[in-house]
Design a protein around this ligand. Structure first.
Ligand SMILES: [Zn+2]
Ligand SMILES: [Zn+2]
Length: 258
């Protein structure tokens, strides 16, 4: 990947910068795509929000560097020293384990997010680390990575640590990162893209989509989860879905407080 004989600090710097650029491009392309979809599906939803969106993009690009640095170091260690449990050999892991590995990564990310998120909602930590994210009122497709650096660090270290503990095929890791990116963007874009039959199904009742996370941005003290409603339900912090989003999507009112 890099020329041999390159001093290690320089190699780490180059790889971290490259991954930062990839994370930034991934953010701009994904948020841009869903912002375009928003303009088509909900014309005017982001009208007059130019200043907010510019601020969200600035914080998100700073977050890209915070996500890029540890990911770059881990990528370098994987390619050059075989440090991690990432494999490029599909047959090295059982067929049944591949989907399980995705679920484990998502569940651990979700657990870390839930508890660090609740911690950041204590008044002292909120002002310091989390107010930036809630400055987006209401959020947009560009809010996905709009974090204060302290909050960005709590999100950036989970997957780089997990790849040392839980084996995963590189394609499944790509799937985890894709799910993280798409859900991060769409959960903030201000409208529900998933169909009613899924959102209000027995499975949908355990998943977090825009209808659920929007209510966190409306009321602050509930709906702290990332992908799943398990921790919110167990800890009594699940308040159901955003009335505005459910009403706009034409979903039934009974489902709002399910
Ligand atoms: Zn949010
Ligand atoms: Zn919050």
């Amino acid at each position: 990947m890099l020329p041999p004989g390159l001093p290690v600090p320089l190699a780490l710097l180059i790889v971290s910068l490259a991954v930062t650029i990839i994370v930034a491009l991934r953010y701009v392309l994904t948020s841009g795509l869903f912002a375009l979809a928003t303009a088509r599906m909900r014309p005017g939803l982001y009208a007059g929000r130019g200043k907010q969106i510019a601020r969200e993009i600035r914080w998100s690009l700073l977050s890209a560097a915070i996500y890029g640095a540890p990911a770059g170091i881990v990528l370098w260690g994987w390619r050059h020293h075989d440090w991690t449990l990432i494999t490029a050999d599909w047959a090295a892991l059982s067929a049944w384990y591949h989907p399980l590995s995705v679920l484990i990564y998502l569940a651990v990310q979700d657990t870390c997010f839930y508890w660090s998120h609740r911690w950041m909602h204590q008044p002292k930590w909120f002002r310091l680390a989390h107010a930036v994210h809630h400055d987006s009122r209401p959020p947009t497709a560009w809010t996905a990575m709009s974090f204060h650096p302290i909050e960005a660090v709590t999100g950036a270290i989970v997957v780089p640590v997990l790849v040392f503990l839980v084996p995963i095929h590189v394609a499944m890791l790509g799937l985890v990162l894709t799910i993280a990116t798409v859900m991060g963007v769409t959960n903030h874009m201000g409208w529900e893209m998933f169909p009613r039959w899924l959102v209000h199904s027995p499975l949908g009742n355990w998943l977090i989509t825009a209808s659920h996370h929007e209510r966190h941005h409306e009321e602050y003290k509930c709906n702290f989860g990332l992908y799943f409603r398990v921790w919110d339900r167990l800890c009594g912090t699940d308040k159901g879905l955003s009335r505005r989003i459910v009403a706009e999507a034409g979903h039934s009112r009974e489902a709002i407080v399910s």
